[in-house]
Design a protein around this ligand. Structure first.
Ligand code: PLP
Length: 440
């Protein structure tokens, strides 16, 4: 290995050196073109090199890039909080800015615990979650994450929070189909609450559509209504982790709008800065803030760069770009176009077991036998090699799947920038098919 100073995800792997990006394409230093069909890590929601964002960065940098949030507020932070509150579900009017999705979910966890403390309840400290989930890499966020691979090394440091199975209809643990299943996987939550005792549980957290750990696993229509009703009945807050799904990725500003459910706290990240800046947020309901406003009047959380004016100005520019170009209203149609093409590929390539997802967050699960849904053996998971074969073919796809109960989690996500055109989607399919041909 050459002596190197940058710690890369795989230390001895070769990574192409990226030169620049334009729209849905990235170009490396050797001039090779990549279609960014994963928006990086489902982040570059408006594509690369957007001039309006670059202009907004410059404009804010000329004014001020940093002020400390306990000394000053700033116009971009105030405007962004108001904007996000107006764009999201009615009751979510309070915005706490952080710098990454992990910080957002960990902040949400802490606000949930603080909420109960401010009401005089000190025993409600657990945050329940699902297996096959990912809420971040910091210890609190990882504790809530049901991603076996990412947890493994730190198990002694983690609270064992994931408790229920995911709404994984493709491999339903009950061998049933929605809606006749009666949403047994959601009702598992009630049994667990009774076992642990609601007195010990502050909140339940879930990704509306499961991303990194599952590959766009999409629950049936009534699922979150059942979850929310159980949470409400047992005095448990519901946190929707929309770090990946938020900002239009699934066709609405927040994915949970599509399940008609109102979370008490929502986390945002990734698409919020669209890759132009690190920024994330916990959005908090009026009713959750109320005891805090009447009590300590301060949220115990935050980071040096929280509510950073430079980052907030960029995020505002991203939202303005989304609005001006009416991007979110087109996501559903674009997603359907892409999904139909992928379903066609599924007929040709039998190792594509499942095509799922909402909007432009689409998952493909690979199997050895599509009828029996038999997964490839662990060491032969298609995802292991497919990502790099795809990259050689000039297309970037996102590996997903944490595995559960003996299933390896062999899936990828196709989640291009929301700005992708029909012509570019055809190009995406062509590059993907060339990749699949190498496996057939
Ligand atoms: N929550 C969800 C749903 C995510 O998908 C991720 C990252 O993939 C996170 C939280 C953590 O975000 P970050 O990597 O920005 O810390």
């Amino acid at each position: 290995m050459d002596r190197t100073f940058l710690i890369k995800p795989v230390l001895d792997a070769e990574y192409p050196l990226i030169d620049y990006g334009k729209g849905v394409y990235l170009y490396d230093a050797e001039g090779k073109e990549y279609l960014d069909a994963s928006s990086g890590a489902i982040t570059a929601n408006i594509g690369h090199g957007v001039q309006e964002i670059i202009d907004a960065m410059e404009e804010q940098a000329k004014k001020v890039s940093f002020v400390y949030r306990s000394q000053f507020t700033s116009e971009p932070a105030e405007k962004l909080a108001r904007k996000i509150a107006n764009l999201s579900i009615a009751n979510l009017n309070w915005c706490f800015f952080v710098n990454s999705g992990s910080e957002a979910t960990e902040t949400a966890m802490k606000i949930a615990i603080q909420y109960w403390q401010e009401k005089g309840v000190y025993t409600k400290t657990k945050v329940l979650s699902r297996w096959m989930s990912y809420h971040g890499i910091t210890l609190g966020a990882l504790s809530m994450s049901g991603h076996t691979g990412r947890r493994a090394r730190f198990i002694p440091l983690l609270e064992d929070f994931p408790v229920i199975q995911p709404p994984y209809c493709y491999r339903c643990p009950y061998n049933k189909e929605a809606p006749d299943c009666g949403y047994l996987c959601a009702h598992e939550l009630e049994a667990i609450i009774k076992r642990i005792g609601a007195d010990h549980i502050a909140a339940f957290i879930a990704e509306p559509v499961i991303g990194a750990a599952g590959g766009a696993i999409t629950p049936p229509k009534e699922y979150y209504k059942v979850i929310k009703e159980i949470c409400e009945r047992h005095n448990i807050l519901f946190i929707a982790d929309e770090v990946m799904t938020g900002f239009g990725r699934t066709g609405t500003m927040l994915a949970c709008e599509q399940w008609d459910v109102e979370p008490d706290i929502v986390t945002l990240g990734k698409g919020m800065g669209a890759g132009y800046t690190p920024i994330a947020a916990a959005l908090v309901g009026d009713h959750v803030m109320e005891p805090i406003l009447n009590g300590s009047k301060t949220i115990m959380g935050g980071h040096t760069l929280s509510a950073n004016p430079q980052a907030c100005a960029v995020s505002l520019a991203v939202i303005e770009y989304l609005e001006k170009n009416k991007i979110i209203p087109e996501v559903e149609e674009k997603g359907n176009y892409l999904k139909n093409k992928l379903m066609y590929l599924q007929k040709v390539y039998p190792f594509i077991g499942d095509v799922r997802g909402r909007g432009l967050m689409i998952g493909l699960e690979f199997v050895q036998d599509p009828i029996k849904k038999e997964p490839f053996p662990r060491r032969m998971k298609l995802t292991e090699t497919l990502i790099s074969v795809a990259q050689e073919n000039g297309i970037l796809v996102y590996p997903a799947g944490a595995g559960t109960d003996g299933i390896n989690g062999d899936a990828v996500m196709i989640a291009p920038p929301l700005t992708i055109t029909v012509k570019e989607m055809d190009d995406l399919i062509g590059r993907l098919e060339r990749t699949f041909q190498q496996y057939y």
